[in-house]
Write a protein that binds this ligand. Structure first.
Ligand code: C5P
Ligand code: C5P
Ligand code: C5P
Ligand code: ZN
Length: 461
């Protein structure tokens, strides 16, 4: 469990600061990782009998940090804050605690838990919810271990899987969740929707294309009919023998149709199941749970997401399911629009402006989902955002290995045009003033060209 131990000191310092507080205001980020991070924080404080409130924000501008600090007291930033550590450190007469995994601004504070402080990768070794989980464990001990389930949902929601599975400190947290029976990990097809969706949609979500088989739900349905009795059942309902039949037939088809061996490997991944949740619900699969959470906060109903992540059901779950319908439609329409419109290619990047056709809160998810279709260069997507422009950047792993760091590129280029940005090497974002897009793009293009040097374009991995 070395990756977790490397952060013990940082987690313990955060926990001591929280334990000394009369009450704590939790400020968290508005995506699945942020909601699970906020939920773990609230549960841990509750168990430590420290009164707490939770507020969900879409970002932290310097103005917002100043106004939060002005109210004084102890504020726990979760899945957010490291990128704005300079602004946080500059305030006085309050006690900030930060548990996050974003790239760290040039400053330090006493109570800060971030995988990068221990040389771990913030995009794959530990999520924001994971960083909060480590603090929760330092605060309330083994009583926090059931919260590993939420930490896994956060990591999966942030797409931290490497070759289909969680690694590093995330994997250590999975071990803890398995030990207390809240998480099960199984090798499975690397697909989305195992619990709630019918087989054709599930198989069509695989990132591998097998011509004539895994093209779209229609070809999958036709192919499935030759292998199973009921092609419309859900993956979770299939008998183990049926799943085995389908998986073997898929591998066979892939080999026959000449799919390269390394792409065939991509058919396989790890399923993270929330063992205590009901069968056949989105709550039981970590990826589906994460999507359900995204469907709340990205539509201004973050309180629904926090309650759901803390274990509330009933009306809260009904509302989340309603929101999910809209979210799915929006994502699907957003990806179609992005691919129809196509990207404009610069030296080192490609970009597309989705204007007001895609909400600023989901343009990043749309760019992530479209990324496998646009593998040559990092994608920069713009959307209108309340008079400003929201920017989301996503890059191929191959270029990250060659030096790409979109978090640095977004931070520098946004600052250059009077905006704010940051994030991870592989996925980052910014908000910039309307009208500054061209200057911003030129800056990003120059920075990325320098980062990746002569790295060749080519298929994503
Ligand atoms: O703010 P936060 O760190 O929670 O958001 C991470 C974002 O980065 C998510 O939108 C996630 O989809 C994206 N990401 C990605 N590919 C990765 C890692 C993260 O698209 N390999
Ligand atoms: O099948 P469709 O493209 O409509 O799927 C959209 C929905 O599936 C969204 O809710 C999206 O978040 C989710 N999805 C995902 N990861 C995938 C595939 C789909 O989160 N790999
Ligand atoms: O918003 P989007 O999903 O594109 O964000 C990708 C990553 O960049 C997330 O980790 C997000 O927290 C980060 N980001 C940031 N500063 C911004 C916008 C996004 O650090 N202004
Ligand atoms: Zn996160």
């Amino acid at each position: 469990m070395a990756p977790v131990e490397a952060l013990t000191d940082h987690a313990e310092r955060c926990a001591r600061t929280l334990a000394d507080a009369a009450d704590v205001r939790v400020v968290t980020h508005d995506d699945a990782d942020g909601l699970t991070a906020g939920a773990i924080a609230a549960e841990a404080l509750d168990r430590a009998e420290i009164p707490a409130s939770v507020r969900v924000v879409d970002g932290l501008s310097t103005d917002r940090i100043e106004s939060i600090a002005a109210d004084g007291g102890t504020v726990w930033f979760t899945d957010i804050g490291s990128g704005q550590l300079d602004a946080i450190a500059a305030q006085s007469d309050w006690t900030p605690v930060v548990a996050d995994h974003h790239q760290i601004a040039d400053a330090s504070i006493d109570a800060h838990c971030n995988p990068m402080l221990a040389g771990l990768d913030g995009a794959s070794d530990l999520s924001g919810a994971g960083a909060v989980y480590l603090v929760a464990r330092a605060l309330v001990g083994s009583e926090a271990r059931d919260l590993a389930a939420q930490a896994v949902v956060g990591a999966v929601g942030d797409r931290q899987l490497v070759d289909g599975e969680l690694v590093g400190a995330n994997a250590a947290i999975v071990d803890e969740g398995e030990a207390v029976g809240v998480i099960e990990r199984t090798t499975d097809l690397d697909v989305f929707g195992r619990q709630t969706r019918p087989l054709p949609q599930v198989l069509a979500s695989a990132s591998v294309s097998i011509p004539g088989v895994l093209d779209d739900p229609a070809t999958v349905t036709a192919w499935l009919a030759t292998h199973v009795d009921d092609p419309d059942q859900r993956w979770a309902d299939c008998a183990p023998a049926t799943r085995q039949t389908i998986a073997s037939a898929l591998f066979q088809a892939a080999i026959e149709r000449g799919v390269p061996a390394d792409r065939i490997d991509d058919l396989v991944g790890t399923a993270y199941t929330l063992a205590r949740e009901p069968d056949g619900t989105a709550l039981r699969d970590a990826a589906e749970f994460a999507t359900l959470l995204n469907a709340t906060a990205r539509y201004d109903e973050s309180e629904v997401g926090i309650a759901l992540a803390r274990g509330e059901r009933g009306d809260v779950l009904d509302r989340a399911r309603e929101l999910l319908e809209t979210h799915r439609e929006n994502l699907s329409a957003g990806v179609d629009l992005m691919l129809d419109r196509g990207t404009t290619t610069e030296t080192a990047i490609q970009w597309v402006d989705l204007e007001d056709a895609v909400r600023p809160t989901i343009v990043g998810i749309v760019a992530s989902l479209a990324r496998s279709e646009l593998p040559d260069r990092p994608i920069i997507a713009f959307a209108d955002d309340d008079g400003d422009r929201k920017v989301s950047a996503r890059g191929p792993a191959r270029l990250v290995r060659a030096g790409l760091n979109l978090g640095v590129a977004m931070d520098r280029a946004a600052t250059h045009v009077g905006g704010e940005g940051g994030g991870h090497d592989i996925a980052a974002g910014a908000t910039i003033p309307a009208g500054s897009e061209r200057a911003f793009l030129d800056e990003v293009d120059a920075i990325v060209a320098e980062q990746v040097g002569g790295a060749e374009g080519g298929p994503a991995d």
